[in-house]
Ligand binder design. Structure first.
Ligand code: NAG
Length: 469
């Protein structure tokens, strides 16, 4: 496969052909979930030697090789290098909400192309929410018939996408959100709604929830997850679980009676009971469950992976409870303005960002994007986490919710901030030099443009302007 190489393509210049020797380890695990991602790369006068533990390491080594090609007035240049490299975290992801606004397959492919260049390795697809159910189901065709407005991915498209991602060292983790954010599911299965009749008003789209006490609900989850689990072969499966509106359940007398009978004092306790059942369903299907951090408000099995999105408080409690953790809090990219509740660190606070007041002022005066700096500096495993807690952190994800983001806007929301986040998830925590980040971002941005990412031009120019010298 031809890698985009910034130096070569920008002016039509040609990098002289060089021999590349690739050595790949034979470890069978390398082909499954915990791919071996380490690689070493030597570039010198005799050529390029790339050694990796597995195919994903080769992909990462080639991404680095592409970054070694730069261009100046004399044409393209390949820098000599001797690199031994491995990721800090095994889970380095982005999340795309395809429900609120449907995203074309080509848009997803472009993100995958960019992810490959930045060694991001997990694409989490949010495929079902109040606004739409986005995957063709053969066993439950009513889901797209009633809940997609005709905008959904066919199984063929998704199989191809999963293969396209795998070729680039990227796993695709699907999410089908239950029991909240369920309006699209309930349009097809109103009999499973916590509140009847189902209110199709868009105002209800984030609140409508499944009734966890009727057996049909778990039957639907089992059938849906079985089919989708085959379509997405990854070992991890995200079942959502965020923002269940307590009133949905507490205003239904049958649910309240069920809670009394079974000793569930709170909606959170009822949700934990539901989570335990969903975890069993997924375990039967050979899958590891991932859920948003609300699912652990009452005790649930420790092997459920916690996708922490609300705040560092939940990062601390989930890791103290020995749940594997994915950190999404602080990396939300759907919002243009960084000074939001989603950011744990105030982007305008130089101390929190590890830069001086003068540096922060200089960046702001130049019209810089402190949100980019913030994305780069945001530590996924911040103090006061203990070493033991830190050992539970699998990595992180940059989520892009799409209430306010359309297909056309997606590239510009993700990039280049996701590039800064990719480095945070890959490199040691000590890599925090902001001017150096801008220098390297200029190289990366040139490559990203070649992948056809839209709306790169402005940020590219801006990054160049900001890079010292
Ligand atoms: C939360 C919701 C999500 C919404 C987003 C907007 C999570 C896990 N849940 O309210 O549905 O789109 O934030 O930023 O984030």
């Amino acid at each position: 496969r031809v890698f985009p190489v910034a130096g070569g393509a920008a002016g039509g210049g040609q990098v002289a052909s060089i021999p590349v020797f690739i050595h790949v380890g034979e470890d069978p695990d390398a082909l499954t979930v915990h791919a071996k991602e380490n690689y070493s790369l030597q570039v010198n006068a005799t050529g390029v030697t790339l050694t990796a533990d597995g195919p994903d390491g080769v992909v990462h080594g080639l991404a680095t090789l592409a970054q070694l090609v730069t261009r100046d007035e004399n044409g393209p240049k390949l820098a000599f290098a001797d690199i031994t490299d491995s990721p800090r975290f095994p889970w380095r992801g982005i999340m795309i909400d395809t429900s609120r606004h449907f995203m074309a397959v080509s848009t997803l492919q472009r993100q995958i192309d960019a992810m490959e260049l930045l060694k991001l390795n997990v694409l989490h697809l949010h495929l079902s929410d109040g606004t739409g159910f986005r995957v063709e189901s053969k066993t439950l065709p009513e889901l797209t018939a009633k809940g997609s407005h005709g905008q959904y991915y066919t199984q063929r498209e998704l199989k191809d996408l999963v293969a396209y991602a795998a070729d680039r060292g990227i796993r695709v983790v699907p999410e089908f959100d239950v029991p909240g954010h369920a309006l699209a599911l309930l349009l097809a299965h109103p009999e499973l709604a916590a509140q009847s009749p189902v209110n199709p008003d868009p105002k209800n789209k984030n609140t409508a929830a499944l009734d966890p006490t009727v057996p049909g609900t778990l039957r639907l989850v089992r059938r849906l997850y079985a089919e989708m689990g085959r379509l997405f072969p990854d070992a991890y499966f995200h079942s959502g679980g965020d923002e269940v509106d307590p009133d949905e359940w507490l205003k239904n007398p049958k649910i309240v009676a069920y809670m009394k009978e079974n000793g569930f004092a709170t909606p959170q306790a009822l949700q934990a009971h539901f989570t335990v059942e969903v975890q069993k369903i997924l375990a039967d299907q050979g899958k590891i469950m991932v859920g948003w951090d609300e699912v652990s408000e009452a005790p649930i099995p420790k092997d459920v992976v916690m996708d922490v999105w609300r705040s560092s408080k939940f990062l601390s409690s989930a890791s103290a409870d020995h749940h594997p953790v994915i950190v999404s809090a602080g990396y939300y990219l759907d919002l243009l303005q960084p000074a939001s509740q989603h950011y744990l660190v105030d982007p305008y606070d130089p101390a929190a960002n590890g830069i001086t007041r003068a540096q922060a002022d200089a960046l702001l005066a130049k019209g810089g994007r402190p949100d980019l700096v913030n994305a780069f500096l945001k530590e996924p495993a911040p103090p006061p986490l203990t070493d033991e807690q830190k050992s539970y952190i699998l990595g992180g994800e940059a989520p892009l919710w799409s209430e306010l983001v359309t297909d056309e806007m997606l590239d510009a929301r993700f990039w280049p901030r996701a590039a800064a986040i990719a480095e945070r998830f890959w490199s040691p925590a000590s890599v925090r030099d902001v001017p150096d980040m801008y220098r390297r971002l200029a190289v990366v941005n040139a490559e990203l443009q070649i992948t056809g990412l839209q709306a790169q031009a402005n940020t590219h120019r801006m990054a160049l302007r900001l890079s010292p010298g």
